[in-house]
Design a protein around this ligand. Structure first.
Ligand code: DHB
Length: 310
């Protein structure tokens, strides 16, 4: 029988599956549900220096093919998640912390506090937050991204990861990967955040479906799976010294398997977790095990990057 247990940056995981930041991770109640679930690990909501209530509701809507959101970074402030991380039982499963400062200075302050706490928590620096009105996302501004990574890697010398948006052009894959490759302590790349600034329209009401930004928001779910797989594989190929975490369009074990083939070491679940609840992890673990066994794979590592080309 194949095992789902795997290792990542020196930590042991019973399963490669975890939540995508933003889903089921706003407060300790939600985080505890993930702790008790069959997920292999969990990540906290992207945090800012101060707590934020986020954008007006409705700000997340599921559709038959996925979801659209413009949450506006609601979170309890980084100290809340740091306190949670200090009380976390790391014997149970590994913990990631997502950091999404509104400025470089804010990121440096939060990263320094996390560093000084000297915890086993793994940082995922969010370079792709699309839903704060008036703020372009860092990862679509390559010079800002380079400056951010230069400053953060000076302040924080432990291995950490970056959450990336989707790119849609080989020139952009090349340039983004070249920047990331300048920073050896950027140990992993999470691909992808939502496809930003889409618009869902309800025909009957002739209206947008979420309130912020005149209805514009990031989409996830079925809409994004091929884009997510492309970005996982693009960065897997271009960043041979880094690990990739896959995120986007996962609601079955087969889709987890596809992320692993494309090069993912771990796989995050967003929209489908939001819609199905934390019980999804037990189902995905079972489905993934069955596919791996049928195909003769005995470990997650043996699937990773095995994608064939024609
Ligand atoms: C939010 C959305 C994101 O895609 C992200 O990376 C961070 C925050 C939000 O709207 O809260």
């Amino acid at each position: 029988m194949s095992t789902l247990s795997t290792r990542f940056l020196g930590h042991s995981f019973a399963s490669p599956l975890m939540n995508a930041s933003g889903v089921y991770c706003l407060d300790v109640t939600e985080l505890k549900a993930l702790e008790s679930s069959a997920s292999g690990s969990l990540i906290t909501k992207s945090c800012t220096l101060e707590a934020r209530s986020g954008n007006p509701e409705p700000r997340y809507i599921a559709t038959p093919l996925g979801s659209i959101n413009s949450m506006g970074l609601p979170n309890r402030g980084y100290q809340y998640y740091l306190d949670y991380a200090k009380s976390f039982d790391y014997q149970r499963k590994p913990l990631f912390m997502s950091v999404a400062g509104l400025s470089l200075a804010d990121n440096l302050k939060m990263i320094a506090a996390i560093r000084d706490a000297a915890l086993p928590a793994i940082v995922e620096l969010n370079l792709s937050c699309p839903n704060v009105p008036g703020k372009p996302q860092i990862a679509y501004d390559f010079s800002a991204m380079d400056q951010m990574l230069a400053a953060v890697t000076r302040e924080y010398t432990q291995p950490f990861g970056v959450k990336m948006p989707p790119y849609f052009d080989f020139a952009h894959f090349d340039e983004a990967a070249a920047i990331l490759n300048r920073y050896p302590t950027v140990a992993f790349v999470t691909c992808i955040n939502s496809i930003g600034n889409a618009l869902v329209i309800d025909t009957e009401t002739e209206s947008v479906v979420i309130k912020p930004k005149d209805g514009f928001g990031g989409i996830g779910g079925d809409y994004v799976l091929p884009t997510a797989l492309a970005n996982v594989n693009a960065f897997y190929r271009r960043c041979p010294d880094k690990l990739v975490i896959g995120c986007g369009g996962v609601k079955t074990g087969e889709q987890v398997f596809q992320h692993l083939l494309a090069g993912a070491s771990l796989v995050q679940v967003g929209t489908a977790l939001q819609e199905e609840g934390e019980g999804i992890f037990a189902r995905l673990n079972t489905e993934l095990s069955i596919i791996m066994a049928r195909k003769g794979y005995s470990s997650v590592e043996s699937v990773r990057g095995k994608l064939k080309t024609l």
